[in-house]
Design a binder for this molecule. Sequence first.
Ligand SMILES: Cc1cc2nc3c(=O)[nH]c(=O)nc-3n(C[C@H](O)[C@H](O)[C@H](O)COP(=O)(O)OP(=O)(O)OC[C@H]3O[C@@H](n4cnc5c(N)ncnc54)[C@H](O)[C@@H]3O)c2cc1C
Length: 380
Amino acid sequence: MNFELNEEQTLLKEMMQSFTQNEIIPAARTLEEKHEFPKELIRKLADLGILGMTIPMEYQGNKTDYLSLMITLEEIGRGLPSLAVILSVHCSLFCYAINHYGSEELKHKYLPRAAQGEILGAFSLTEPGAGSDVTRLQTQAVRKGDSYILNGTKAWVSNGTEAGAFVIFAMTELDSGKKKMSAFVVDKDTAGFRVSKIEEKMGLHASLTAEVVLEDCRVPATALLGEEGKGTSIALHCLDCSRIGIAAQSVGLAQRALDEAVKYAQQREAFGQSVADFQAIQFMLADIATWTEASRLLTYRAACTYDQEQAFSRQSAMAKLYASEAANKIAYLALQIHGGYGYSKEFVIEQLYRDARVLSIYEGTSEIQRIVIARSLLKE
Ligand SMILES: Cc1cc2nc3c(=O)[nH]c(=O)nc-3n(C[C@H](O)[C@H](O)[C@H](O)COP(=O)(O)OP(=O)(O)OC[C@H]3O[C@@H](n4cnc5c(N)ncnc54)[C@H](O)[C@@H]3O)c2cc1C
């Protein structure tokens, strides 16, 4: 078993480490404080080819193996978790879905612009009354001639205020009595489409999350992604893939918490010595470092399993479950090591603690990951 990154992956990791250090970390605090979408950083990442990492060259992308994308999201997550989720949704959900399921027309229409950063993508499955249980979706898409008319409300749309186009899931085949989900690509300037609210969140303040309303929103039948009625399998396949990205985001956040905890423990003194000299603090650091490394290994393994074209659903769920839960425990302990200053906005650990909380919720809660893992075990 080889635990080494290859030469290209190593160079990419070094490039992203330096981008995070020199570009992201200096800007992060202000972006979070002002709830400001990191447009300038996204433009620079587009110039580096990062926005096209799931898009083939024929559509002006820069498609890499999936592990390379995970290394990238991990490094970005170390600097600004908000930016990691923005990119994860764009690359692993929006672009990925169109590349895998889109017609040539849809691919040519969206992928080159998405690769160049001219448009950002969103992926909108959740509704106010339907999160884990997607069979409860209320949004409808009714076929009228060569169009579909969409009506409904979509909730918790990451990139919702900034995206140029959205992959939107809606129920079709209502007339026949059969309720089946389908997926559509909808432009933000389509008549009947509007952003109705920006969520006020506990963390990830630089990643804007919106509610979107569709009122007699007419899209051409060619906006259908894949076949009509196949939306559930499209959504589940895309989420299987993209939740490895949330695991990578968790690893990046955990690594930053570890780095900050080590630095603080060595600087802070109590009872005439550095707090790093207390065994209680050393044990916390040891646990944080071990959980971070275990999360990284599970994440990289899930990505490699995908790259080797093997069944990866269980690995993906395990990586997401473990890394997101570990990131929460890690942020808790790293804040504890900071003592009272950990509770102050002066130190980044306060932000990491809040940002970690959502990792075990979005793209499938920890309970849903356990269901995926258990089902795959019992099926064997
Ligand atoms: C910041 C943020 C960004 C998001 N971005 C997006 C996005 O871009 N696109 C998108 O489509 N969605 C997005 N979401 C939505 C997210 O994916 C959902 O919140 C998540 O899937 C959970 O759904 P829910 O909130 O409806 O919880 P519910 O499904 O109502 O779950 C409530 C509780 O019940 C548990 N539960 C539910 N079913 C079961 C079961 N069968 N067994 C055991 N326990 C169960 C859950 O684990 C949870 O603890 C985002 C959410 C947040 C907070």
